[in-house]
Write a new protein. Structure first.
Length: 165
């Protein structure tokens, strides 16, 4: 890995700086997911299962359609993962109150515990990094992450007055 430079670099858009950012994202992604991957492997699950568990936990009674939109995956891919999670007793689905064709998803108590195990070390890792970086850096990081997304983000992630994403 290239040496990490400290301090602000006014030439942050140079090729080497961009490559370093890309490389750091790869390493961060690897390390951020290492502990959840080990837990998932014990259950014969993958990262797709983690994402489904996470977003169903964050949005109780989420519709399958909304989950598809958030994850940006095919209905077929979600169906396979969802079936496994339902069969393992981690997620329940029920029809919508007005549209019986709608499927609403929720974590079971077993699913809530699995989500806690998967996310706990990640939350600790993020909290530590945020504390070490400070509030200004956290806001900058948030802006960078928003800049990397290609899909519309919920308004809670947007700075006030910004509706163009």
């Amino acid at each position: 890995m290239a040496e990490i430079k400290s301090g602000a670099n006014p030439l942050f858009l140079r090729e080497e700086e961009l490559r370093q950012g890309l490389e750091l994202l790869f390493y961060a992604y690897r390390d951020f997911n290492a502990e959840p991957d080990a837990i998932l492997a014990r259950h014969k699950f993958g990262r797709a299962h983690h994402r489904v568990i996470y977003f169903v936990g964050r949005h109780p009674s989420i519709t399958v359609g909304r989950l598809l939109s958030i994850l940006g995956i095919t209905k077929q891919s979600l169906s396979r993962v969802l079936r496994q999670l339902i069969d393992q007793g981690l997620i329940t689905q029920r029809p919508g109150p007005t549209d019986r064709r709608q499927r609403l998803l929720e974590l079971t108590s077993k699913g809530i515990e699995m989500e806690r195990q998967l996310s706990e070390k990640q939350r600790v890792r993020i909290a530590r990094a945020y504390r070490e970086a400070g509030a200004e850096a956290v806001e900058g990081f948030r802006k960078v992450l928003l800049g990397l997304t290609r899909q519309e983000m919920p308004s809670k992630f947007q700075p006030p007055g910004r509706l163009d994403r």
